[in-house]
Ligand binder design. Structure first.
Ligand code: BT5
Length: 255
């Protein structure tokens, strides 16, 4: 039905017309021993979620709302590398549909013209030093017009349709996305993180660029220095010391 050209990714697809969140289904399936590469796709999510219990708007047939179950043989502290890998895959896929260069915003956003087109939510179940499974949630705005984007996000969000003035086949994009994901994942497992890091840094913030870091408690200006093996953002603050950020938001700032 999905006509996938993949070896193992999406060999099992659980499709829901409507569901609260594909992440919830994925966790249940993974706990029921679902195989590596199982995918959950929804046409609509009624309680799509972002990080820290934020909402992810997932209108019916307007975008890609899917979760991938992975059982990677890596240490749990390296799981954020999978978010960065997914970001490069999304950037590559989105680039092939638009004439606009997507920008990856650490840690999990893909922007077109500075507005969010896609988001990633990585959740992990681990025991001691072993990953039981990882669920990678992917949301991509595809066919929303500006007026169809919810008002609380429309100033900061966009879709492929807004950027290209065209409706796209969601199924085709899912196919492309999964083929690219499978290839990139295999390369990553074989060759390690350095190629992902390189791709990421080519589509992300430029080294030395001024950024504004925001956490729930504070915000401060810094210079972007790159990403670390464990997915942290490396930056230099006004005290000139090199530091790492594990969770929070960043923005540009004109300094
Ligand atoms: C994310 O969180 O960006 C992760 C999004 C992951 C969604 C996928 S869809 C399939 C799977 N199932 C789920 O339930 N989730 C995953 P975060 O960085 O926390 O961003 C959330 C914020 O983005 C919200 O607080 C809004 O401000 C904004 N937002 C919500 N919906 C949006 C949309 N459709 N487009 C752009 N921005 C949105």
């Amino acid at each position: 039905q999905w006509g996938l050209n993949t070896q193992w990714l999406g060999r099992t697809i659980i499709h829901k017309e409507t569901t609260a969140s594909t992440q919830i289904i994925a966790h249940q399936a993974a706990q029921d021993n679902a195989k590596h590469g199982t995918i959950i796709i929804a046409d609509e999510q009624t309680k799509g979620r972002g990080r820290m219990d934020r909402t992810w708007h997932s209108a019916q047939n307007k975008g890609i709302w899917l979760s991938i179950i992975l059982r990677p043989a890596i240490l749990p502290y390296l799981a954020p590398q999978l978010t960065l890998l997914t970001a490069t895959v999304l950037a590559e896929t989105i680039r092939s549909y638009t004439n606009t260069e997507p920008l990856i915003k650490w840690p999990n956003d893909i922007l077109l013209n500075n507005k969010k087109t896609a988001g990633i939510l990585t959740e992990m179940q681990a025991e001691q030093d072993q990953i039981q499974y990882v669920v990678i949630g992917i949301g991509v705005n595809v066919n929303q017009t500006y007026n169809e984007l919810p008002q609380d996000v429309n100033l900061n969000a966009t879709s492929l349709q807004i950027e290209t003035n065209k409706d796209w086949s969601i199924k085709n994009i899912i196919q492309d996305l999964l083929v690219t994901f499978e290839k990139s994942y295999e390369t990553y497992m074989k060759n390690g993180f350095s190629e992902v890091k390189q791709k990421w840094e080519n589509s992300g913030f430029k080294i030395g660029e001024n950024i504004l870091i925001k956490t729930s408690r504070d915000q401060w200006e810094a210079a972007f220095l790159g990403i670390a093996e464990d997915g942290a953002l490396i930056y230099k603050g006004i005290d000139k010391e090199e530091k790492r950020l594990y969770s929070g938001e960043i923005e540009w700032f004109q300094g």
